[in-house]
Design a protein around this ligand. Structure first.
Ligand code: UDP
Length: 330
């Protein structure tokens, strides 16, 4: 199959490009490189450097490359920034996705796989969280993802567009060979920050709250390895192309979680450099426990994550950060 991967030069996109190629598919990447890295793409993968906010460029790319399916990752992803600059987020994430949808149905109802997020659920008492839990995102970022989910569904109803929506939990890790990995302009994710702290780029790790109603008092999250997540996209694309799936929304997580302290202990063990730690106040908006009910994707798409051991997950992140302490810059 031939896939167009929109946002394919980003963290999750570039790992998915690899897995798609490994599964024998052909890939073309569409990316504006606003936060992605051309160096993250394997040699020989064509890159259309263009923006979803340019409808003509989107249409031309689809007509030129005639993909069998589109995988859409392109989005601004920072929760805090989305609250300070909502217009930028609605324009980029919602209008950009609308342009893509419009071009897809004008070309020929090309099946779509869309990156969504557990942030669409907002704070919830559900443990684990099933896909039919109430949706009330608490950030503009989460709101833009939910709006896009709803647009996709409307295009399915109106135009018969086949789709799979994947709602990611806490994505982490890197390709085990250490050649590609996480490199965002602003670092906020726990495992990435802990690795950079182990490298001496930061003085200490702040633990945002140790008085949560969890066994060790710190927040629990469902950490899903980026290569397992990439494989979920391969399964989704193949299910759509094989006609097995017409429309579906799936959580992607392990279905069990780890606490902040468990993650930091794993980083200490893997790096052999115990982190300075400090208990800090709770971070606003952090629910105590976010864990996926991941049964649906296992049962319907045959999802079988390989990275279930926390130390192994952390080891892959460490392989990347240790060899690329400043990301793709060097
Ligand atoms: N966290 C922390 N210290 C940090 C960064 C994160 O204690 O320096 C905690 C955060 O409060 C949350 C968990 O680690 O409970 C995961 O946070 P992350 O930002 O990686 O992902 P999120 O769950 O917010 O998407």
């Amino acid at each position: 199959m031939k896939l167009m991967v929109v946002g394919g030069a980003g963290y999750i996109g570039s790992h998915t490009v690899r897995q798609l190629l490994g599964a024998g598919h052909e890939v073309v990447v569409f990316d504006n490189l606003s936060s992605g890295h051309a160096q993250a793409l394997p040699a020989g993968v064509p890159l259309v450097q263009a923006d979803l906010l340019d409808p003509a460029a989107v249409k031309t790319a689809l007509e030129t490359h005639q993909p069998d399916a589109v995988v859409h990752f392109a989005a601004l992803i920072e929760v805090g920034e989305s609250m300070r600059a909502p217009a930028r987020y609605y324009r980029n994430n919602v209008v950009g996705s609308l342009n893509l949808l419009q071009a897809i149905v004008e070309t020929r109802k090309i099946p779509l796989v869309f990156s969504s997020t557990a942030a669409v659920y907002g704070t919830t008492d559900a443990v684990p969280i099933p896909e039919d839990a109430p949706l009330h995102p608490e950030s503009v970022y989460g709101e833009t993802k939910l709006m896009t989910e709803r647009m996709i569904h409307a295009f399915h109803v109106a135009h018969g567009l086949p789709y799979v929506i994947l709602r990611y939990f806490n994505v982490c890790g890197a390709a085990p060979d250490g050649t590609i990995g996480e490199d965002h302009p602003n670092k906020t994710h726990l495992i990435e920050l802990a690795c950079l702290t182990a490298l001496g780029q930061r003085e200490k790790m702040m633990i945002f709250g140790d008085d949560y109603p969890t066994p060790d008092g710190t927040c629990i999250r469902d950490y899903i390895h980026v290569l397992d997540l990439a494989d979920a996209h391969v399964l989704a694309v193949e299910a759509l192309a094989g006609g097995k799936q017409d429309a579906g929304t799936y959580n992607v997580g392990l279905g069990h979680g780890f606490s902040v302290l468990q993650v930091l202990d794993a980083v200490d063990e893997v790096t052999g450099r115990p982190l300075n730690r400090e208990i800090a106040p709770r971070r606003p908006g952090d629910p105590p426990r976010l864990v996926a009910d991941a049964h649906r994707i296992v049962e319907e798409l045959g999802f079988a994550p390989r990275f279930t051991d926390l130390k192994e997950i952390v080891q892959t992140a460490w392989n990347w950060h240790r060899t690329h302490p400043h990301g793709f810059e060097e």
